[in-house]
Design a protein around this ligand. Structure first.
Ligand SMILES: Cc1cc2nc3c(=O)[nH]c(=O)nc-3n(C[C@H](O)[C@H](O)[C@H](O)COP(=O)(O)O)c2cc1C
Length: 348
């Protein structure tokens, strides 16, 4: 290989590495400790206790990001509650999900706030505690960072201090959010902003574990920093599912239809792999030969919506993909008789 070819090859490889770094999730799977279950002792300051949160799976089920995005949703979550909210924010904004993973995971004993000798009790009472983060996180690609954490003893966990002190937020708008048993975000966001010493920090907000996508979408839009990418919502029967909608002419036409009024479509099970129903009108077609997967939503013949719980090969127009259901869950939802789906716009 001559020198010129070598240089071209090297530049090409570097370009690919850069693109991959910005578009992918920077998460590492982690053992989530069990939720806090014990009662307060009389020697500890009273803190509101949230009912036990079930552990949340951290397996990466999201489809890979195809586009570079300037939005990151950075979250530390010991028992999965804040991660659940962060997932919704990432789905709504199209942001990359980045988890702050502690080098030493928090065990149930570590999280016991009834024990004044527990790891979290010691860390939270020591303003200089800086728990180590397992993997370096790069914010180089981002201009907006949603930063999520649980409230521990009225504050952000000390690992957030480790994170903010180790990053330069210049040119980045930081939007803190938290979950808690009942405490508000308090001064925790201001304290982190001060420790960071750079960045445009907006006022943070506390959410409960049951916050809806509609509420989060409104919060995001009201912030005015980023907008919810697509505000189409899909109900299968009574079950709302998260959808990553395509950015194409057909979806834009679908949005216009749904803006006028929610589209209620009677679907029929077909072929053991799909539900299909007529829109009653035609959308622009961008048909391509596709082998579908469970969760794919496509336009068939210009005027029919198809939602897959299995696979088929045909010329369809891609409309979107359900992101929060496994193939088995989709079979439960779609493979047990005809369903009605509702496609609505925004929080309606
Ligand atoms: C050590 C510790 C301290 C906590 N302190 C508070 C608190 O001061 N106020 C509150 O409302 N909830 C408190 N909680 C409850 C958590 O904020 C709440 O369960 C949160 O949603 C957990 O988020 P995660 O699942 O993302 O870790 C505390 C929990 C732990 C483990």
């Amino acid at each position: 290989m001559n020198a010129k070819k070598c240089i071209v090859l090297f530049v090409g490889i570097m370009l690919l590495i850069c693109l991959a770094a910005c578009g992918s999730e920077q998460t590492a799977s982690n053992t989530i400790p069990d939720s806090e279950t014990t009662q307060k002792s009389s020697t500890q300051p009273a803190i509101p206790i949230q009912p036990t949160d079930p552990p949340v799976e951290t397996a990466q089920t999201d489809p890979p990001q195809e586009n570079k995005t300037a939005i990151a949703v950075v979250v530390f979550s010991a028992t999965g509650t804040t991660k659940g909210v962060a997932d919704k924010i990432a789905a709504l904004t199209g942001g990359d999900m980045i988890e702050i993973i502690p080098a030493q995971p928090y065990s149930t004993e570590d999280l016991n706030y009834n024990d004044s000798g527990s790891r979290t009790s010691k860390e939270q009472s020591d303003p200089n505690a800086r728990p180590e983060i397992a993997e370096a996180i790069s914010l180089e690609c981002y201009t907006t960072v949603y930063l999520g954490y649980p409230i521990w003893w009225g504050q952000a966990p000390r690992i957030l201090s480790t994170f903010v002190e180790n990053h330069d937020f210049t040119g980045i708008t930081v939007i803190p959010f938290c979950t808690s048993g009942s405490s508000d975000i308090g001064q925790s966001d201001d304290a982190l902003a001060e420790q960071a010493g750079s960045g445009n920090w907006l006022q943070g907000k506390r959410f409960s574990d049951s916050v809806t996508e509609a509420d989060l979408g409104k919060w995001i839009n009201d912030l005015g920093e980023t907008t919810v990418e697509k505000t189409l919502r899909l109900l299968i029967g009574d079950t709302e599912v998260s959808v990553s909608w395509e950015d194409n002419e057909s979806v834009n036409a679908l949005i216009d239809l749904a803006k006028a009024e929610p589209l209620v479509i009677d679907m029929s099970m077909y072929g053991g792999f799909e539900q299909v129903g007529s829109l009653g009108t035609s959308l622009p077609r961008i048909d391509e030969q596709i082998t579908t997967e469970a969760g794919d939503i496509v336009l068939y013949s210009g005027n029919q919506i198809v939602v897959f719980y299995g696979s088929n090969s045909w010329a369809y127009t891609r409309l979107g993909r359900i992101t929060d259901k496994t193939a088995a869950e989709l079979t439960d939802l779609l493979g047990n008789g005809n369903v009605t789906i509702t496609i609505s716009y925004g929080g309606t």
